[in-house]
Design a protein around this ligand. Sequence first.
Ligand SMILES: C[S@@+](CC[C@H](N)C(=O)[O-])C[C@H]1O[C@@H](n2cnc3c(N)ncnc32)[C@H](O)[C@@H]1O
Length: 382
Amino acid sequence: MTTTRSALDWRAHAQRLAGQLVASGDIRTPRWRDAIAAVPRHLLVPTAYEQDHSGRWTPWSTVDDLDRVYSPETLITDIDPAGIAVSSSTKPDLMARMLELLDARPGHRVLEIGTGTGYNVGLLAHALGEENVFSVDIDPDLVDAARARLAVAGYHPTLVADDGAGGVPEHAPYDRIIATCSAPRVPWAWVEQLADEGVILADVKVAASAGNLVRLTRVDEDTLVGRFTTRWAGFMAMRHHHDIPTALTPIPTRGEGATYRTTDLDTPRVWEIPPLWFLINLWQGPVGFGYTLDSDTRQPTGALYTAADGSWCHTITESGRHTVAEGGPRRLWSTIEHAATRWRELDEPDWDRLGLTVSRAEQTVWIDHPDGPAWNLLAERR
Ligand SMILES: C[S@@+](CC[C@H](N)C(=O)[O-])C[C@H]1O[C@@H](n2cnc3c(N)ncnc32)[C@H](O)[C@@H]1O
């Protein structure tokens, strides 16, 4: 198939994607079906990158693979000098679910944090009218590229290059605020810029992979309350202008200073249970994680956890038995075991039992009810 022929075919591909998302239940409203069918994702994402096993990124031209660009796949679109992906076009099925959850309707003014490629802005502008759509990204080059490509597609929303943690006060208030990058807590500026009946949909993430989308509504001038969504989703973390590159915690090796023991915890890769992983990080402070691989087969042999204070633990699974090596100032695996026990005592809460209250004074994660057991997003409360 030639490039020209492919480019002509994009509408059929976009319509097929819209139909697929209706069939999967991700789209429930004609407004979003029409938007997915009408917005040219290949035009807003002309180039995407894929990573091979050695970590090398290779660009590909989306117009040459319309099946792929009009599919529920996240497309990586920007890589920083360290080889870390810093912008992407989020999977359209997740975008559709979020737009449904946001419940943005004609007449609503919407602010998006994290413009990226402008694809989601295009969906919003198509459904609500470009005059009602505002979006901010920290990277001015991304904003310029999105603005130019959206104009070619026929949309002229208001795009701003700035740190979205401050919202976009000059166009407030907004009926809906949607964040497509994660934040460790909800920036107060968003609350201030939200209309009375407003909704905020954001990924609140306290550490790597430790968070989820939460949908907040206003209960009074100074308080928003809402529940985490039942289906887990994760976004890239917000960056800030003066971020100091995070020093990678050196990977410890077995040996001096380490203690060894067995563990009865049957889930050595605790991050694979997202609500438990969220609570562990909320209760114990941020923990980094990763697989350890067999040097010959490259198959996972265990899991490694590290904390900023230099504490680490390494679980090794052999013949169904889990051994743990721990080192550094804290017994990190013991803190994980302790949190897992507490989670079991609370009857293993899944996301449907977890909620968030955001007030000027504090932000608390609660179980079952805002007045139930609750923990502060910054420090444990009770
Ligand atoms: C997953 S991408 C957004 C996808 C986008 N909505 C789309 O449809 O293509 C996350 C974006 O958040 C942006 N971002 C990161 N930190 C930010 C911040 N502090 N303020 C605004 N945007 C930020 C990144 O530059 C990146 O483009």
